[in-house]
Design a protein around this ligand. Sequence first.
Ligand SMILES: [Zn+2]
Length: 125
Amino acid sequence: MRTNFFRTNRIFFTIVTVFIIVSLINSDFFIIFVGAVVIFTYAAFESKCPSCHKFFGKKLLHKKRISERTIYKKVIKKSVIEHPSGETTLVREPDVIPVTIVEFINHYICRNCGHEWQHSYEKSL
Ligand SMILES: [Zn+2]
């Protein structure tokens, strides 16, 4: 499985290797190259297929809004009171605000093997 994973993502590992070699030769851009490798690696793992483990295989088919609910969140409200004398006072008081939580379900397909999967997540609006 381990060998397959490296073979499937040969292009990815080649690019990362090139990045590392270039950053070692040209140390002026070391930080930029390291940043590029981190972003590239994150994008690769984020878009990995759970079935064939191929990087950049994930493709969004559709996104569906499945539920919506309102919760009440405790916050500290800050306000500035201005006195006639010109002085200001910062007042902190507890408050409750409504927050809408929306649940989404994303449907993905793999470009490589055709495997389909779903991912649900919540987002506060
Ligand atoms: Zn796949």
